[in-house]
Design a protein around this ligand. Structure first.
Ligand code: TXE
Length: 431
């Protein structure tokens, strides 16, 4: 059992409440670490330390080139420690190391290097004045101190995507990872100590949304919030932020359609669609969970998809043979199982039932494929955020687009056809 403290001003602190939250390893369903249950006192301390870093410390005065060099150091340190960070994240949310470490060594961390190059390029411009002897000019300025709230599916990856632009713009920040998977973010702070960052630049408080996240959003010195999570959390954050009329950037869920046209290459479509929903156990905002298949292909597509994914190795994420790891935490495991049984009770036919992968220890659900689910059905309208897809035939492209667009989400989509003109025209019409 590893007990963590929260991180502020370059030091580790015990929570004001004296309480900790237990973190489970979803692969075995056992507690492996404890994270601080931070309250508004802890949040205020972290915000004040971030604020003094911005206003009184070197950070607010640092020029763009120096900030850029520091961001490059952050990227280098993450790449160097990618294995360690990946293995901690796997214990925290069950994600496969092969889906974390290589991306931390490449495209995820690349966004730090990308934004580092922007630090000394926020050029302003003189604006023509309509009054003689008057000069206007544009100067880009940071918010100052910002709040970054992340979810459990890719804690470090999602954080880097928020961290990089926030640092490049010159902000100091307070991070609040999900209570279900906070350890890898805390370990990231330990790793970043090698990068010699200004004290108070990046601070991490941990705890539940309403008792730790909300005080962060509600704090008057947090000038802007970037949030990743589900719609309920997003609504709550937006309403609290509205008390201060502070800007919020949201990255919420998805219910992405995958449209397979009659001329699609069946093999490519099956493999592409399977890899778009099952490897992260369906826990990715852009996973394609609604399969719209041209009626002429439906039978052969469904047969081939079942044949391919029924062979997938579901198991312990640390086993290199594993292709599908566990659901990230117990509440979500129960939520996904509940959605599957609801759909079954509604009479939807299962081509493949992932509950056969369930076992006594750990939160395992295999690929689950429902046939002929009307788009109005809850299973087609709500994000399951698990290895569950619903299939639906269509007869023509207009009908496919109508179904694809009949959703409250709008994050991603896939179109499978050999005809590139058709792909482009369909893509322009999918919202
Ligand atoms: O999200 P939550 P979770 C979706 C997916 C999943 C659902 C729940 O549908 O089932 O979100 O996942 C903090 N004030 N996605 O639990 O609950 C919370 O502590 C301030 C899609 O991760 O929204 C956590 O740090 N903060 C998503 C973060 O918000 C609050 C990836 C997300 O928690 C808060 C993950 C509040 N009132 C889940 N309530 C994607 N698009 O990738 C919660 N939080």
């Amino acid at each position: 059992m590893i007990s963590y403290q929260y991180y502020a001003n370059g030091n580790w602190h015990n929570p004001d409440s004296g309480h900790w939250i237990e973190s489970e390893n979803p692969a075995i369903g056992e507690v492996w670490a404890r994270i601080p249950d931070c309250n508004s006192e802890d949040v205020n301390r972290a915000v004040q330390l971030a604020k003094s870093c911005y206003y009184d410390g070197p950070w607010g005065k640092m020029n763009g080139a120096e900030r850029g060099r520091m961001m490059n150091r952050i990227g280098d340190v993450i790449v160097k420690n990618a294995e360690r960070l990946g293995s901690v994240e796997t214990r925290d949310n069950g994600k496969l190391p092969k889906n974390i470490t290589p991306s931390l060594k490449s495209w995820q961390t690349d966004s730090l290097y990308y934004y580092a190059g922007m630090c000394d390029k926020f050029e302003g411009s003189p604006i023509p004045a309509d009054v003689p002897d008057m000069m206007n000019y544009l100067r880009w300025e940071p918010f100052g101190t910002v709040g970054l709230i992340t979810a459990w599916n890719s804690p470090i990856g999602v954080l880097i995507w928020k961290l990089a632009p926030a640092l490049a713009a010159g902000n100091a920040m307070v991070v609040k990872p999900s209570e279900h998977a906070s350890v890898s973010t805390l370990e990231l702070m330990r790793v970043l100590e090698e990068a010699n960052l200004p004290a108070g630049l990046i601070n991490v408080v941990t705890g539940y949304g309403p008792t730790t996240g909300e005080p962060l959003v509600d704090h008057p010195d947090i000038r802007m919030v970037s949030f990743t999570g589900g719609i309920p959390g997003g609504r709550a954050v937006a309403s609290v932020a509205s008390r201060h009329v502070k800007p919020v950037v949201m990255e919420l869920g998805g219910k992405s359609p995958q449209i397979v046209l009659a001329d699609a290459d069946l093999e490519l479509a099956v493999k592409g669609i399977a890899s778009g929903i099952f490897p992260a156990t369906g826990q990715s905002c852009i996973s394609g969970s609604r399969l719209l298949v041209h009626r002429s292909l439906m039978q052969s597509f469904a047969y081939r998809l079942v044949e391919v994914v029924s062979k997938a190795m579901v198991g312990d994420p640390t086993d290199p043979e594993t292709q599908i790891g566990p659901i990230a935490n117990k509440p979500h495991y129960e939520s996904v199982l509940n959605k599957i049984s609801e759909a079954e009770k509604a009479g939807h036919r299962l081509h493949l039932d992932g509950r056969t992968a369930c076992r006594d220890k750990g939160y395992y659900i295999g690929p689950t494929i429902f046939a002929d689910v009307p788009n109005s059905d809850p299973l087609a309208q709500t994000e399951v955020f698990g290895p569950v897809v619903s299939m639906l035939p269509f007869d023509d492209e207009d009908e496919a687009l109508r179904i694809a667009n009949d959703t409250i989400y709008g994050l991603a989509a896939g179109i499978w056809t050999r005809d590139v003109n058709k792909a482009i025209h369909m893509a322009e019409r999918v919202e």
